[in-house]
Design a protein around this ligand. Sequence first.
Ligand SMILES: Cc1ncc(COP(=O)(O)O)c(C=O)c1O
Length: 438
Amino acid sequence: MTISPTPTRDAGTSRATATGARSPALPAWGRGFAALTRTDPELAGLLLAEAERQATGLQLIAAENFTSPAVLAALGSPLTNKYAEGYPGARHHGGCELVDLAERTAVERARALFGAEHANVQPHSGTAAVLAAYAALLRPGDTVLAMALREGGHLTHGSPANFSGRWFDFAGYGTDPDTGLIDYAELRALARERRPRAIVCGSTSYPRHPDYAAFREIADEVGAYLIVDAAHPMGLIAGGAAPSPVPYADIVCGTTHKVLRGPRGGLLLCGARLADRVDRAVFPFSQGGAQMNTVAAKAVAFGEAMAPSFTDYVHRVTGNARVLAGALAAEGPRVVTGGTDTHLVVADVSPLALEAATARRRLAAAGMVLDVCGLSPGPARGLRMGTAAVTTQGMGAAEMERVAALLGAALRGDRPEGRLRMEVAELVADFPPYRAGG
Ligand SMILES: Cc1ncc(COP(=O)(O)O)c(C=O)c1O
């Protein structure tokens, strides 16, 4: 193994090493990895192997990123030991004075970052945030409009395999088959016909900015709530590289990972009017005690996202995605919507006579990791990739051109997979996600 178990990418973060030798002042829990190598070498080896996998391949999964060492430190802190059902100042457990401060800090930072009157930072995941939004506004059986699943709607937008599809009556809107853009006329007609209690705006793979004002207007026309599931663009919104849904939505649901680069988790934003309903929909309705280490890590990530360097980062993320989309189109795939406004690039590989699943396997064998996703119209699937992680690693436009060339070579089968694997390894070697000694 060549990877240091201790990320040291940013200044001001832990410098513990596997042995703890360079940081004798660290508390015992800060030397946790060293302890793990002794007490559970099997798991320690697995963790190191995963760190190496992340560092030696091209991580193009659009929902992933590399959190900072500061976020990792908060996640691995003793706050994980603390039970804290309820909200700051109104807990069902004693000893919450300090975790109350952590949660208040997270809430205040989230409110400031997104310009929202109210924030709830407790949802354990994006799915938990969406569940709570529905619980706050809907009753079982209510009609809800959301982007159809095959067009990029998330499982929580009405999949029969998910609570959403079982408990609510979902109808799916879609995109124009020619442009790939949301068909607002179809959405309006569907809203008039179905008179939904809520309209959900959000997707796992839509690479353009939704028109939040149009969604609001359609929702108002039919007397529906507007729920924006901004799980993907949350980081872009925080850094000013995407428009904010906050002025338009009744509730905004988000994730704190993805482009936002925090811990795995969810987030809810709303106006003061819905604050109590949203809080009660999280606890006690759909969750128990908040995970206070994650709440603290969210506060750290929000703090990082308030820095000018994060604004610069998200603009580099979208710039890289635009370069990647353009260069990939020149390699043969069709780029859906002809480009991107966000971190997402969606590609149809059928012009290369390939199925998406085969393409993904081929790319994985060459060290390039990404997802398949739905393509409109019809049952065909495409490839979804994102630039959040590679941008955190420091890659720029020149590397995006190189990534597109590597993707093209692997898709066409120009060179043996082993050879491409080496080329990928050479590229990423200059961009370690966590630098030793930093
Ligand atoms: C639009 C959307 N909503 C919700 C989620 C769920 O997030 P999680 O995986 O944290 O539950 C995702 C995850 O990718 C998503 O893309």
